[in-house]
Design a protein around this ligand. Structure first.
Ligand SMILES: *Cc1c(COP(=O)(O)O)cnc(C)c1O
Length: 420
């Protein structure tokens, strides 16, 4: 054994004080999802999220960004991401960009929207609002449809807006609006956009890798996602998957040198390299996360695990008396919003601290009208973990002396607006 191997195995021994537990429901034991190895709480937050030990361990070596080994990794990363879109290879290409998800959204907008374009932004939460704000920064002409906290933008509304304003050339939609957890009707939106001669760009940040996308179904010109969402990598870069024909005409459009998707694409195709220092360790971790994604069974299996996580969570929380913001039809397998109980003994801050103490980090809500909190379903965890989340939430209610987890009438009135 080489010295390096020895050190590495010592380190992995250090990491492996974790416990394996049983899958309660089916009754048989299998290698299950381990607790985070360093003893930190599970992140029930939609990125950063809980990652596998193998993904973290992949960050233990250093890489030269110009070296052939690293360039090969970049090439593999691009082609494996493309493989997740059925039939994409001929028509689409993948361009990774340094930074968090927002950087990549901005890169896509600045590079793929012509300077004289007019864009319709579909908003039902914070990420849609951020897209409109980005276009304001970029000085690109745009109009919005804002449905408020969570109501989905519908195909007929998109069609009407485009018919009333023929200058609209592009539409930007959020796939899963992570601020409420709603799964927007992206097929219906896409049909409306293309029926009216427009082009669709998708923020698929929190959906890509878990919800299936096929080239042409729905139709889209480009989408973005990032390393620390459904692929379960660590944060540090995102990627644009765009039609090659759109990338080819994007030269000179970007307002920004570091966010120029065309320049990144052209340079990567020519040299195999990122233009500026890439987050090498993050990319190595991402390659391992991709391997785990593939071994699990790809997009379908990943989506099924998350859906199971959601189902266990929602059923258990409803049994405790909690209510979800959204009706089942709109619940994504990514993150679920629950109303705060009306009981005056309930305090979100207290609930958060108690949950953290029990090993789970949850997320405050983002609704403007009623108080809420969110629990993520994505990350390296399964239904068994979600059962423990529910158990912990039940214990918290007892500890806070909350007798009834039902939300205030105001919350139920709000939800009734979601008629569909
Ligand atoms: C996570 C996310 C983003 C990007 O957020 P960052 O904090 O910049 O990584 C954008 N859109 C959606 C829908 C997201 O879930």
């Amino acid at each position: 054994m080489k010295q390096g191997d020895l050190r590495y195995s010592k380190l992995s021994a250090l990491f492996r004080f974790s416990v394996k537990y049983e899958i309660g429901e089916t009754g048989f034991t299998m290698a299950s999802f381990e607790r985070p190895e360093m003893g930190e709480p599970y992140l029930l937050t939609p990125g950063p999220l809980t990652t596998a030990i193998e993904t973290k361990q992949a960050m233990m070596r250093d890489w030269g960004s110009w070296d052939g080994d690293f360039r090969a990794m970049t090439a593999k990363l691009r082609s494996q991401l493309l493989d997740m879109i059925v039939d994409s290879n001929s028509e689409y290409d993948c361009v990774p960009v340094q930074g968090s998800g927002t950087f990549v959204v901005e890169a896509m907008l600045g590079s793929l929207l012509p300077r004289d374009s007019k864009t319709l932004v579909l908003i039902n939460g914070a990420y849609g609002q951020r897209i409109a704000e980005t276009l304001k920064y970029l000085g690109r002409d745009h109009v919005i449809i804002d449905k408020g906290d969570y109501l989905p933008p519908r195909g007929d509304e998109v069609a009407k807006a485009m018919q009333m304003d023929p200058a609209i050339s592009h539409v930007v939609a959020v796939h899963c609006e992570t601020s409420s957890g709603i799964l927007n009707p992206i097929e219906e939106i896409s049909d409306a956009v293309y029926a009216n001669g427009g082009k669709l760009l998708i923020d698929s940040m929190s959906a890509f890798g878990a919800l299936p996308l096929e080239a042409g179904k729905p139709r889209f010109e480009a989408l973005v996602s990032s390393a620390n969402k459904c692929i379960e990598g660590v944060p540090g870069f995102g990627f644009v998957i765009a039609k090659t024909s759109e990338l080819a005409v994007a030269k000179g459009r970007s307002h920004s040198i570091s966010l120029d998707v065309h320049a990144q694409w052209a340079n990567m195709n020519k040299t195999g390299q990122w233009r500026f220092t890439p987050p090498t360790h993050v990319i190595a971790a991402f390659m391992q996360a991709l391997r785990l994604h593939r071994e699990e069974g790809g997009v379908t299996a990943r989506g099924e695990r998350y859906a199971k996580n959601r189902d266990v969570l929602v059923e258990g929380m409803r049994d405790l008396g909690f209510e979800t913001l959204l009706k089942d039809r709109w619940l994504s397998p990514i993150i679920v919003t629950f109303f705060n109980p009306a009981d005056p003994n309930f305090s979100f801050q207290k609930f958060y601290e108690l949950m953290k103490h029990k090993g789970f980090i949850i997320y405050p809500g983002k609704l403007t009208i009623v108080d809420s909190f969110r629990i993520g379903c994505i990350g390296h965890m399964d239904g068994n973990v979600m059962q423990n989340v529910v158990r912990a939430a039940g214990e918290c209610l007892v500890e806070m002396d909350v007798k009834n987890a039902a939300p205030p009438q105001k919350a139920l009135n709000e939800r009734a607006i979601l008629a569909a």
